[in-house]
Design a protein around this ligand. Sequence first.
Ligand code: SAM
Length: 175
Amino acid sequence: VSGPHIPTRLAVAVDLVDVRPGQRILEIGGGRGVAAWLVCSALEGGRLIGIDRSPRAVGAATRLNQVYVDKGLAEFREAALEQLDPDELGTFDTIFAINVNVFWTRPAAHEIGLVVRLLRPGGRLLLMYSPPAGSDHTRLAARISPRLEDAGLRSTMRVEPADADVVLCFEATRS
Ligand SMILES: C[S@@+](CC[C@H](N)C(=O)[O-])C[C@H]1O[C@@H](n2cnc3c(N)ncnc32)[C@H](O)[C@@H]1O
């Protein structure tokens, strides 16, 4: 099946998502839906919900993933993270975001609290960034890790691939 052009950072990020059959996955700020497309091509019988506050992004993601939307595997909604209703959405096995800056540009306690409520116990949160070459990862870590910790999530940081910082990933599991 021919698909979209896949930037390396998105291929690396979706590898870290580690999609398994039957999972419920939430992507925050998915933009045009390329990572969602990669997730859906590996997802059997589960569900991906992609939210983005930009109507243009939601339109583009829906078009790109129309085959998966038609199968009932994917759904894209125009929504800001801070407006999500966990009672309506239910819980997810994995929640991920790629290059969404809300988690480090402001305290984001409300947003991170919502994410925790949206994770099932044992569910994984992955906040991923493609850092500028040569950037100091400890600066981002100093902002993100304590915010996750304040919400009761202990996170680990890693770079992938280990020898080329394509993706900087903060991963936390809900206890
Ligand atoms: C830099 S783009 C990244 C898009 C895509 N994840 C990627 O890596 O190519 C950030 C996206 O997050 C969305 N976004 C930013 N803050 C958001 C929020 N609070 N709630 C929902 N979407 C948000 C923007 O509309 C935009 O589409």
